[in-house]
Structure formats: C-alpha cells, structure tokens
Design a protein around this ligand. Structure first.
Ligand SMILES: [Zn+2]
Length: 102
C-alpha cells in the first residue's frame, strides 16, 4: 500500500490523504504541486526522475475495505531542503532528456 505522507518535503505544507496538490515520485517522496512546478521543475533532486500526482485514498468504503480507516495515512513528517546548487547539479545533465530516457 502506498505510504501517504502528510507534508511537502520542500515547504512542509500539509498534504492530507485527499489532497489533490500532492505529487510523488517512485520512492514515495512527496512534494506539493507548487514546489514541483516552481522549485523542482518536475525533476526529482535525488534521482532525476519525474513526479506524478499522488492518488487520494477514499474516506468511504466503496469496495472490499480499501479506505482510509483501514489503511491510514502516515503521520511521519519529512522535510528535505534542496538548494539551488543541488538542484542545478542534477538538473543540468538531465533537463534536455525526456523522462523515459533519464
Ligand atoms: Zn511544497
């Protein structure tokens, strides 16, 4: 089950399980839409991959118990400040490559 983290690791904005502003990349690290667009430019500062919108976990049980009550969101807050130097070091060689070629 996907770990739904409670905050943007860049700016610490709250991102509840039903947030449509949460974005993740392959390791479940979480950022808000604003950070992905304006600070990270859709490029993960750790691995160079891209971001995707995080799915919501429904509060209501629509089928087989797959709902927030049975699979609660994480409350473990993580922050990772990314400097412009760190971002530039990984972005420079990758920004010209399409996502599937990184
Ligand atoms: Zn953010």
């Amino acid at each position: 089950m996907l770990e739904l983290r409670p905050n943007s690791e860049c700016c610490d904005k709250d991102l509840p399980p039903n947030s449509t502003e949460a974005w993740i990349y392959s390791s479940e690290r979480t950022r808000c839409a604003n950070c992905v667009e304006t600070r990270l430019f859709d490029l993960c500062p750790n691995c160079g991959g891209g971001f995707e919108p995080r799915p919501i976990r429904p509060r209501l049980d629509h089928r087989s118990g797959y709902r927030l009550k049975n699979y609660p969101a994480s409350n473990r807050r993580i922050t990772q400040e990314i400097s412009s130097e760190q971002r530039g070091a990984i972005a420079s060689p990758l920004k010209q490559l399409p996502l599937n070629k990184r």
